[in-house]
Design a protein around this ligand. Structure first.
Ligand code: ADP
Ligand code: MG
Length: 679
């Protein structure tokens, strides 16, 4: 890989500018691709411009003025062959006033709009030109950049990279020919400098074959890297557990229900993995309420029976506490030693727990992030179970510590179903099990979309439900801009509810509460001592109170679809008919309406997640953005599904047949993102 510092044309200031764009070598420059293009290859006569088109025009300034009403504006008229157009600037520098002086000849690029005085351009790019002018030979690329690093600088650096960089094919060409994709060199050159006749649309929406070629390369690099990780994991040793003879059968016998067929199937998949001498990395997916906890518990029993400790981790204290209680009821009769570890314990309690984890007395340790801390040393950790894994971010490195040499197995659980394309890409190094069936006897949740205007009516419904012995959640709006504001809203709502329903016992739970207080509220709600629970979205994950059958979600339009689906899953856990009311503010935008419609019409977590992926992209859906896993930059999992399939299908063969070419390919694509995934 050629470092830029070794190339003469790159002086210090240029190098440090590129460094700020994250570019360190020629490959990085070649793959620094345009955001969009402008067409400066021709000059459109002013009389021919059309509304909505972005065009380059040329003409003489015949009028210019700065007016102050209604606000400071620079207005100029540009004339060419008798036709005129208005140029308008709301923010401008003295230098722009000079450029726009009457009598100057200007080359102007901008989007044509229909304004008050006929055609106009707002904030067009203007430069002064002489009588005889030339036009660009190729479309002009506009690059992603940061403030202080100008387009011309980036263009200059890329021109050098195109002269000196490595544009050879990294892989045998036959693969690309089969897919009807152009060569790497041709794709890179075309995308940086498209010829004038090029279809701008296909370039900008990335459906052009040149973009597709690079999208394919990127997806292929991801597949190859995932496969390598997978193979690497197979070469690491983990403890082998035999299938459980005692604990699991005893546990199943004590349950008031029988496992569903789906639960049985995934339990077997996990049991099999755990008999292998390599660390399991399995993602257990299942819609909210599908019964993942018992499946995880069975895996834990297999580990414990084989003499290995288990860590069960949840993203919130509420959820960890709930798991702890459930494990106590299920496992105390089986004499399993369970420990509990969170950030809010007293020092003394904590020390006892830590000692028990260290000396192996604690067989199952339930807790929050606290399990990751330095002080937590396991004697022999055999299995780590991570609930609501998406909350931790994709593939967050597990820093669980123990003395031994063997790597623990990992079971990750997620109730945000992962659309197929995502599990094929970002999750390709994991094995996936899916519980695709809900336990019997659940009545589907009825979802209603109701305008906030009918709030009083909804309040009455809440009251009725509670008076009749059921319980309800009132979920306060998400206020992304400010947590403090969100808290204030929740507190206000709580006060309002107390005033409106003096006869009901009402609780409040939010993320800023002390863990002990939060627990107390959740326990009281779980035990039926509170009838109505006012909550922020902290109750989104995992909370299980079967008697709650009504949920009202305020400002539903502000929430992500998967988040709404998760929230809604807090009801419909018992036999009673449950209802979820989505309150929205009037005047929904088109997209907001379309999104709420998805939630209204579908109870299928997978369909909802797919819609969420289409609308918001993978980063938002899976918390990838926070976790530091590099995002695909060129490929789009919705647009390029066919390329993803193709990449997946050839990755394995390539690794076996052309290991060196694979390394070259990975070096080209992965240098910006050292590691795609951490094992
Ligand atoms: P999730 O998959 O959302 O984590 P849980 O594991 O919390 O779901 O299970 C939801 C509820 O369903 C729990 O009360 C659990 O005990 C119960 N449950 C799990 N499996 C079954 C089953 N096969 N039949 C009936 N109830 C079940
Ligand atoms: Mg759960």
């Amino acid at each position: 890989m050629t470092q830029l510092a070794f190339i003469k044309a790159f002086n210090k200031p240029l190098l440090s500018s590129l460094e700020r764009l994250g570019i360190r070598d020629l490959q990085g420059l070649l793959l620094h691709l345009p955001l969009r293009y402008i067409d400066e290859t021709r000059v459109t006569p002013i009389r021919d411009v059309r509304t909505g088109e972005s065009v380059q025009i040329e003409g003489m300034v015949v009028h210019a003025e700065v007016s102050y009403k209604p606000r400071k504006t620079l207005i100029a008229r540009l004339e060419d062959a008798g036709a005129q157009i208005t140029l308008r600037f709301l923010n401008f520098y003295p230098s722009q006033i000079a450029t726009l002086s009457v009598g100057n000849r200007l080359r102007v690029y901008g989007e044509v709009r229909h304004g008050y005085f006929g055609y106009e351009m707002v904030h067009p790019a203007c430069k002064k030109v002489g009588e005889v002018t030339t036009v660009a030979e190729t479309l002009t690329a506009i690059y992603p950049t940061v403030s202080g690093v100008g387009q011309s600088l980036v263009r200059k650096a890329i021109r050098i990279a195109l002269e000196q960089g490595d544009l050879e094919e990294s892989l045998p060409e036959e693969f690309y020919q089969k897919l009807h994709l152009p060569r790497f060199e041709q794709s890179i050159r075309t995308l940086h400098h498209p010829p004038p006749e090029f279809d701008l649309q296909a370039l900008e929406n990335k459906t052009s074959v040149y973009w597709r070629r690079l999208a394919f390369d990127e997806l292929l690099a991801q597949q190859l890297s995932m496969r390598k990780h997978y193979a690497k994991r197979r070469s690491v040793s983990a403890p082998k557990f035999t299938p459980s003879q005692q604990l699991v059968p005893a546990l199943l016998k004590s349950l008031p229900f029988a496992l569903t067929a789906a639960q049985q199937r995934v339990s077997l998949e996990i049991e099999q993995d755990l008999t292998q001498p390599h660390p399991m990395r399995r993602l257990l997916q299942g819609d909210v309420g599908s019964g993942k906890t018992i499946v995880a518990c069975m895996a834990a029993m297999q580990s414990i029976e084989s003499g290995w400790q288990v860590a069960l981790m949840a993203p919130t204290e509420i959820l960890a506490e709930q798991h702890y209680r459930k494990m106590l009821t299920w496992l105390s009769p089986l004499k399993v030693e369970i420990a509990w570890l969170t950030g809010s314990q007293s020092k003394k309690e904590r020390e006892v727990t830590l000692a028990n984890i260290r000396n192996g007395v604690a067989q199952l340790v339930v807790g929050t992030h606290a399990l990751f801390q330095e002080a937590v040393q396991f004697k022999n950790l055999g299995l780590a179970i991570i609930d609501e894994q998406h909350r931790f971010g994709v593939h967050q490195r597990l820093a669980l510590r123990q003395k031994g040499q063997l790597e623990p197995h990992q079971l990750m659980m997620s109730a945000t179903p992962i659309p197929r394309t995502l599990s094929m890409s970002y999750y390709a190094d994991l094995d996936v099990s899916v519980i695709d069936e809900l336990p019997p006897g659940r009545t589907p949740i009825m979802t209603k979309l109701i305008s906030d205007i009918r709030r009083d009516e909804i309040l009455q419904r809440v009251r009725e439900a509670c008076v009749q012995g059921s319980q309800a959640y009132w979920v306060c709006p998400l206020v992304e801009e400010s947590e403090a504001l969100q808290l204030a809203t929740a507190q206000d709502t709580f006060t309002l509810m107390q005033a409106a329903f003096p006869e009901l016992s009402i609780g409040l739970v939010h993320g800023r509460m002390k863990p002990a207080d939060k627990q107390a509220v959740m326990l009281a709600f779980g035990a039926g001592k509170l009838q109505l629970l006012v909550a922020t979205t902290v109750i989104e994950v995992g909370v299980d109170v079967p008697n709650a059958s009504l949920m009202v979600i305020e400002h539903a339009e502000r929430m992500g679809l998967s988040q709404l689906h998760q929230l809604r899953g807090r009801v419909g856990r018992g036999a009673a008919q449950s209802t979820c009311i989505l309150l929205y503010q009037n005047k929904l935008s088109e997209t907001a309406r379309a999104r709420l419609k998805v939630i209204y019409e579908s109870n299928d977590g997978f369909a909802i997640a797919q819609a969420d992926l289409n609308i918001r992209g993978p980063g938002e859906l899976l918390g990838i953005r926070q976790s530091g896993v590099p995002m695909l930059r060129i490929a789009d999992l919705t647009r390029d599904v066919d390329l993803l399939e193709a990449a997946k299908s050839i990755a394995k063969g390539l690794l076996q047949q052309y290991p060196q070419a694979v390394e070259r390919h990975l070096e080209r694509w992965m240098n910006r993102a050292d590691e795609l995934v951490k094992v």
